[in-house]
Design a protein around this ligand. Structure first.
Ligand code: PMP
Length: 437
């Protein structure tokens, strides 16, 4: 029988990429800093896939480790069972855990994705409060424009309208503080002003009562909302307010984890120690889907020590600690270490900053933001229609062999951490040319 499935009549359900149908872009292979599309065009990757391929593409060390693990043991349950490779990976992660050894953030729980990591962290936070006799603390405070994946937990604490629009019932027991972080207005790196935005947490605690709040979750640097940077002192202030009221602080480091800012984690960059850290993406260099939650020992001990607590939080996924994903993760961490990638963004950050800000004179550019190897170029919409001009730039860049990501009016950039200066130049000049056109 003839295969009827063609691009004209078959669409992946629920794809977020509605524009794809108008102009399909099919990527066929990837190596280093480049994709190659089905027509053989090379496309420079300005987005590390989707913020995840930090060590670049096609890393043989990872594929070989995955192949070996697949042929040795393809799956093993982690319910009432274990396998050494998951412990090896957890131990390796513990060594680079956010905040360094004194933070004691070295208890690791494996998940299958960023969204699962978020769900897990939220559940751990509430369960921990309950375990220490704070059972009325069931609310989580999230942030305006926060993005925490698309699981039910993530959208209930997330602040991006698009993800919540058709779920009006969801926020019932959660609140978002109105932290709509200010634009930087071309400031380089962290904004100097706006730390008082963190006062909103205190206001909400007063409004709802500390005894109802388990945790506050934030991305240390908002990624999906369009690279919105915290003002200097902002995260420190959140930490202080959370401490004052017995509220846990969760950093969602699905994007910032594994070297994006020039330190292993954003917690290291900001010098602020959260209680839980969610990760995914760079954990396995975007290869085998996997996430991990780091928990502080005090949280872990509160949960796991004692006869009932651990049993009450019945939580775990079929694919938690999947051996093949662990193999990919171990190989990924080896590459990060061998090539110094967890700190490489720091060495390139100034160059990246100057290159990006050279676009400030271009027509339609209304703001530029940068931190580590993350960048955002915000453009004015065409004819007042949101997202239009940024999408034009995306199309033009792709034609010229550069992959960028657009979210609304924002061009978001996050090249693999192996990027060279010449490639940074090319990213910036291609965007500049597209803007002129
Ligand atoms: N949290 C943050 C901060 C993210 O950026 C993302 C994904 N971009 C997620 C959670 C969800 O991760 P996943 O898509 O792997 O579920």
């Amino acid at each position: 029988m003839k295969n009827e499935l063609t691009l004209d009549n078959f669409w992946m359900p629920f794809t977020a990429n509605r524009q794809f149908k108008a102009a399909p872009r099919l990527l066929a292979s990837a190596e280093g800093m480049y994709y190659t599309d089905v027509d053989g065009n090379r496309v420079l990757d300005g987005t590390a896939g989707l913020w995840c391929c930090n060590a670049g593409h096609g890393r043989k060390k990872i594929s070989e480790a995955v192949g070996r693990q697949l042929s040795t043991m393809d799956f093993a349950p982690t319910f009432q069972m274990g396998h050494p490779i998951a412990f090896d990976f957890a131990a390796k992660l513990a060594k680079i855990a956010p905040g360094g050894p004194s933070a004691e953030l070295d208890r690791v729980f494996f998940t299958g994705s960023g969204s699962e990591s978020v769900d897990t962290a939220l559940k751990i936070a509430i369960a921990y409060q309950r375990a220490i006799g704070q059972g009325t603390r069931t609310r989580i405070i999230g942030r305006e424009k926060g993005y925490h994946g698309v699981g039910f937990g993530g959208i209930s604490v997330g602040g991006l309208v698009n993800n919540r629009r058709v779920f009006p019932q969801i926020p019932a027991d959660h609140m978002r503080h109105t932290l709509d972080l200010n634009r930087n207005a071309f400031s380089k790196g962290l904004p100097e002003h706006g730390v008082e935005l963190a006062d909103d947490l205190e206001r909400l605690v007063q409004l709802h009562g500390a005894e109802t709040i388990a945790a506050v979750i934030v991305e240390p640097m908002s990624g999906s909302a369009g690279v919105i940077l915290p003002p200097k002192g902002y995260l420190e202030k959140l930490r202080a307010t959370a401490d004052k009221h017995g509220i846990l602080l969760i950093f969602d480091e699905v994007i910032t984890g594994f070297g994006r800012l020039g330190t292993p984690f954003a917690a290291d960059y900001f010098g602020v120690v959260p209680d839980l850290v969610t990760t995914a993406k760079g954990l396995t260099n975007g290869t085998i889907p996997m996430g991990a939650v780091f928990a502080r020992r005090k949280v872990y001990d509160g949960l796991m020590i004692g006869p009932e607590n651990a049993i009450e939080l019945f939580h775990g996924y079929t694919y938690s600690g999947h051996p093949v994903a662990c193999a990919a993760g171990i190989a990924t961490l080896d590459i990060y270490e061998e090539e110094g990638l967890l700190t490489r963004a720091a060495a390139l950050a100034d160059y990246w900053q100057d290159a990006l800000h050279s676009l400030s004179g271009h027509p339609h550019v209304v703001d530029i933001r940068n931190l580590g190897l993350v960048g955002a170029v915000e453009v004015a919409p065409r004819d007042g229609a949101p997202g239009t001009r940024a999408y034009d730039v995306f199309v033009e860049c792709f034609k010229k062999g550069l992959l960028i990501r657009v979210t609304g009016d924002i061009i978001a950039l996050s090249p693999p951490l192996i990027v060279e200066k010449s490639e940074i130049d090319r990213i910036v000049s291609t965007i500049g040319d597209a803007l002129k056109r």
